[in-house]
Design a protein around this ligand. Sequence first.
Ligand SMILES: [Zn+2]
Length: 284
Amino acid sequence: MRKHSWLVPTLALLAALVLAAAGLCLIQVCSIARQPLTILMYHHIVPDGTQLNAMTVTAQQFAGDMRWLKEAGYTTVLPRELAAGDPLPEKAVLVTFDDGYASNYQYAFPVLQQLEMKAAIAVVGRCVEESDGSFYLTWDMCREMSLSGLVEIGAHSYDLHNLDQRHGLFVPEGPNGIQRLEGETEADCLRRVSEDLERNVRDIEAAVGAPVCYLAYPFGVTEPWAESYIRDRFSLTVTTREGRCDPAEGLYQLPRLGVTAQRTAQDCFSLKSNISLFIKEFSS
Ligand SMILES: [Zn+2]
């Protein structure tokens, strides 16, 4: 026995260290859960029974997500309300849609009307301009939703969403969205990005008759050379980085939680989700 006399204090010390680390992790997980604003990110909504991908949820799921939020006591807020400094409801959620699909009008808008919930839709100007309403929103659809007071139309660029041979998709080798082009000077980059976003904003404001204060970065990609202009031009911006946020700490480059078939709105508020956010934050 005597020759193992070191064993007990060593094990006790190890146990104490493990417990302390677990306690710190728990505090961190709880602090993530306490962050006052969750921004949910949707893209396209498809009819029930359609094969799904990371950018789609079914109409049935979306309706179920909104019903769950309502029943769980969450209040939807809009970017313009946050930008105006309106007091945040106790359980606040910002529902966002990127790209401006006609399915947002066809499937999401009736649910929002029925439940009196709000959402922000960031549209790609060129897609709306060229739309016949079968795949992307039209300006008439945008106007009707905006006039309801339930939907805020935001910017997602006029033509910086890889709408060329890249077919609107993210390309890992880049550049994507507003990112600087190879060999581009800072002045040229700023001119290109600002002219595009000014057109996007101008078109939306002319069509819906409401000011634009919200930008969803195409593909969630930011560009340091354009950031100062963007902060002057918009009051609230969102990326695709995963996380919750506190509007009191700023309204730029806010993180979101993407909703998919594998992660419903309810899942976004679960303990599992908080642990996964903690691990992502810890490992980044
Ligand atoms: Zn997009």
